[in-house]
Design a protein around this ligand. Structure first.
Ligand code: SPV
Ligand code: MN
Length: 619
């Protein structure tokens, strides 16, 4: 079944476990052909050619650009069918999805059985994180989708050579994926049998009957869940975080990581004009010689394309419209050109999209009007192809982290930027992250969803353990990063008018950069340190040429005591029901509420102007 040539490529790795896994996958999935891909340019080019030959990707007019469609019902992560296989019930808290291990395995193995009949199986090796680094984790991917294997080339570092340095060890992750039976458009037919099962015991994920990258690409959110478990056991952190280099005065570059739930400005915060990007989605953080250092697990971006236009995202827009290897998914295609929502130009009234031939007013199989491009349409591109790529994006030592940022979509409570009072107050604040749903997500609009550290969808360990790990991590570091909370979505009471412009996030980042470098004093409030008016006024003038008025400042930085209290009461309700939440966290919660109540009494108002607190200056 495995040809002599391909077997030789496997045997060169001197790793019996690899051979065993590939043989198991071949016996189970019964492919017609098995192709092992090394790091050689010929092997890598073969994968892209195969995606084109099979029609999983098609060429666009611009050199190197291709497009791919996922099935009509396979346009986002399938949270309902993503489950941990657990030997026995473990309370992970927060309704984390799981299934009894034997039952789940029986089910998914039956769906994988024969899933590659008549198809070619690709076997690939990658490295999560930079090669030759204490951060890097080897990963083996087996898939029948050339699109998945090709996407991974753009998104991850090659790892075949790196596997040799394992010297036969079984300490690697592996991912077995099959798109299953395909329809005439080449999409998974049996979406009702779509399953993504995470096997923490075997460090593997099995996934079937899907193609959307968040479900299929092993190295992305599937490996991330395994990494969270591994990190927890080994004392480091795997986080749903970007990494960005913020450029301060005199060529000073300070690195920040940040976690935001989907559609809250995470990628755009990682790429604020004038700053440089290390990563936009997943980071590993370790303490090395007392310093917190972080690497981007990936080397590419699988980014939301909606609203990428020359005005708001000039760097990405330029990269998406010039020749290079990249993949568009679930956009509208007309005459060899991709179109998406919010691209800053008229869209054609017909073309091809994720529903097939598309025309304005078309109804999908679910009876709903089909938009020209899906709201979760994406681009897949290498970070090194961006003009704002940070020179240290591939540094095996990682970059030193001085600040951590948590942000959500919050219309009525959180101030635009605040530094938390301490590491443990920061961890508490991150674990209280909430975000409002938008029209762009399923379900009711404006509903608040609790999403601790923006990591709820990926937690492979109990939430109490996760919080405990964060608390410990900060204590172990000698140079503990500061933790900040941002909110780009605050609205005026009553009118619903946004209080900030799209570009204001640049000012908040620069303020944080100055703050961690000892440049700005700040005002102590019950929820953390907020900027002084004069400092913001200067930053707005210098960097956005904007007159920032005292009125702007006052409405944005007023502490809305009752709203904050309501938020922390919601948190109390959630956390007091979960076993194993650290005492330190519950103390922070109590102290947070007490500070808010005391301030309300002291200032005799529910909305305290930042000018009221102005004497409480802190270095
Ligand atoms: C996210 O939804 O957080 C993403 C895209 O980064 S996905 O690959 O679907 O996870
Ligand atoms: Mn993500």
């Amino acid at each position: 079944m495995i040809s002599a040539e391909n077997r030789k490529k496997l045997e060169k790795l001197n790793n019996n476990r690899v051979v065993e896994i590939v043989e198991m996958a071949v016996d189970l999935c019964k492919p017609e052909k098995v192709t092992v891909i090394t790091d050689s340019p010929e092997d890598i080019a073969y994968v892209r050619q195969l995606a084109l030959k099979k029609g999983e990707e098609k060429k666009l007019a611009i050199e190197g650009h291709t497009y791919h469609f996922d099935g009509y019902y396979d346009q986002a992560r399938d949270k309902e069918h993503t489950k941990y296989l657990l030997a026995e019930y473990e309370d992970l808290g927060l309704d984390i999805n799981w299934i009894e291990r034997d039952k789940g395995l029986d089910e998914i193995l039956s769906y994988l059985d024969g899933s590659m009949e008549g198809k070619e199986m690709l076997v690939r090796f990658f490295s999560l994180g930079p090669n030759n680094s204490v951060f890097s984790l080897p990963a083996l991917q087996i898939t029948d989708s050339a699109y998945v294997a090709h996407s991974e080339d753009i998104l991850y570092r090659p790892g075949y050579e790196n596997f040799k340095s394992l010297q036969g060890s079984d300490q690697f992750f592996y991912f077995l994926h099959s798109a299953g039976r395909l329809d005439e458009k080449g999409n998974s037919k049996d979406v009702d049998k779509r399953r993504i099962y995470i096997d923490l015991q075997e460090n593997r994920v099995l996934t079937v009957n899907n193609q959307y990258a968040g479900n299929s690409v092993g190295l992305k959110k599937l490996a991330f869940r395994l990494a969270i478990k591994k990190a927890s056991m080994e004392g480091w952190l795997a986080e749903h975080m970007f990494i960005t280099g913020v450029h301060g005065p005199d060529d000073r570059v300070t690195y920040f990581t940040g976690a935001f739930p989907s559609a809250c400005g995470k990628t755009s915060t990682a790429m604020i004009p004038g700053q440089t990007i290390v990563g936009d989605d997943i980071a590993y953080l370790k303490i090395i010689d007392g310093v917190v250092r972080a690497v981007n697990v990936e080397r590419g971006i699988f980014g939301i394309i909606q609203d990428v236009n020359p005005e708001d995202d000039p760097v990405i827009y330029k990269a998406l419209t010039t020749p290079r290897e990249m993949i568009f998914s679930n956009v509208l295609i007309k005459d060899g050109k991709p179109y998406w929502l919010g691209m800053g130009q008229e869209l054609p009234e017909e073309g091809i999209n994720f529903s097939g031939e598309w025309y304005k007013g078309k109804k999908g199989p679910d009876g709903k009007e089909v938009p020209p491009a899906h709201k979760n349409a994406r681009y897949t591109i290498r970070i090194s192809d961006l003009e704002n790529c940070d020179p240290r994006y591939d540094d095996p030592e990682g970059v030193p982290i001085k600040g951590v940022v948590y942000g959500g979509r919050d219309s009525d409570t959180s101030v635009p930027v605040a530094e938390t009072l301490s590491w443990s107050h920061g961890v508490f604040t991150g674990a209280c992250l909430e975000s409002e749903t938008t029209a762009a997500t399923l379900g009711k609009e404006g509903e608040r969803k609790h999403n601790p550290m923006a990591n709820l969808d990926f937690l492979a360990i109990p939430i109490g353990t996760y919080i405990e790990n964060h608390l410990k991590f900060g204590k172990e570091a000698e140079e503990t990063p500061r933790i900040f909370a941002v909110n780009y979505f605050l609205k005026e009471n009553g009118t619903g008018r946004y209080l900030n412009g799209m570009l204001d996030k640049k000012i908040w980042m620069l303020w944080m950069e100055g703050r961690v470098n000892g440049e700005f004093a700040a005002i102590k409030t019950p929820i953390g340190y907020i900027p002084k008016y004069d400092d913001l006024k200067g930053l707005f003038k210098e960097h956005l040429d904007k007159e920032y008025t005292e009125e702007d400042y006052e409405e944005q930085f007023t502490i809305r005591i009752n709203n904050y209290l309501a938020k922390f009461e919601r948190m109390e309700e959630i956390y007091s029901d979960i076993a194993g939440i650290p005492e330190e966290f519950m103390k922070e919660l109590k102290a947070q509420k007490e500070r808010l109540i005391a301030a309300r009494e002291q200032y005799k108002t529910e909305e305290i102007s930042p000018f009221e607190f102005a004497d409480e200056l802190s270095a």
